[in-house]
Design a protein around this ligand. Sequence first.
Ligand code: NAD
Length: 357
Amino acid sequence: MEFNIALLKGDGIGPEIVDSAVAVLEKAADKFGHTFNFTPYLIGGCAIDETGRPLPKETVEGCLASDSVLLGAVGGPKWDDQPGDNRPEKALLGIREALGLYTNLRPAKLYSALRGASPLKDEIVGDGFDLLIVRELTGGIYFGDRGCRQGKYGEEAFDTEAYSVTEIERIGRVAFESAMKRSKKLCSVDKANVLESSRLWRKTMHRLAEEYPEVEYSDMFVDNAAMQLVRNPRQFDVIVTSNMFGDILSDEASQITGSIGMLASASLGETTRGMYEPIHGSAPDIAGQNKANPLATILSAAMMLRYSFGLSAEADAVEEAVDRVLEKGFRTADILGDSADVPLTCTEITEKVLEEL
Ligand code: NAD
């Protein structure tokens, strides 16, 4: 099969980790007899430097014309003084909206080989955990009305959380369908004891739950969910939640796996075109030093093979190659733990994945 992949390398460690994932995709294409064509486009700070805008029109058009999109990360101190609507991170919201990507799938898996990297005690993590956070991506407070005004105490600013039944239903369906493909267990996280938008969220999820009697469904308030994730993460399988709660809980889930450098994500919409990216940022502190962990981006590429191209065997092969690299004890600096070993560089661990593949 032949697919066109848009590459948005972005800033900081973005180019290093995307190059690693491209090497792995090329190897997978070779092994299984496919052709992947890669076209790079600018996004984020590097796009501001070249064009004055974080999300140039050519980037949006290029992504829309591709079969799928692989993104590194954007942002860095160089662009911190940009005005709000011209910040590198603004491009992420823009590209998700332009591609109609309303679902974010964030697996948080603690590999048994990396148990020691988790900050949680052994008796809590057991032999590891594997949960999936389904985050709504194009609604809620990040897209609602906002502004500044004079209030009772002088200058004030506001942001608005708004959700429609349509938006809740479509993310709910993705979550129930995901639960059906896994262990048929779904927890919906909201703040229905305080927020009107959460009460509509909960009512809509309950209606959907009736359509999926096989799924063991539960609700949880977000403050409790934040506690339960560190108290007993193994109680969860699929979690569905709003844009902002998902943003925060998925970072917490990433932390308890031990490394932000291991976690992949997929953003999906109505078509098979998705955007795949690691959940971490551009890590300016280690950029250009060949120290970045590329595994989250490689695992994101595996999600692309599975969700956008329907190439499950190829996705399994990449994921298993990563598993074997970890089982053999190879580590980048971020997942070294207390070991006295010398960490591998970004290119060295990529080589190990290629060898296993
Ligand atoms: P970050 O995720 O970039 O870094 C946090 C810490 O984790 C740093 O110590 C970094 O070195 C480490 N880290 C992250 N990814 C790693 C990897 N693959 N391998 C090894 N170590 C890794 O978060 P931050 O420092 O808060 O943000 C830096 C910049 O990235 C900011 O400009 C922020 O806005 C941006 N950002 C972008 C995205 C995105 O593009 N999706 C997401 C989050 C943050």
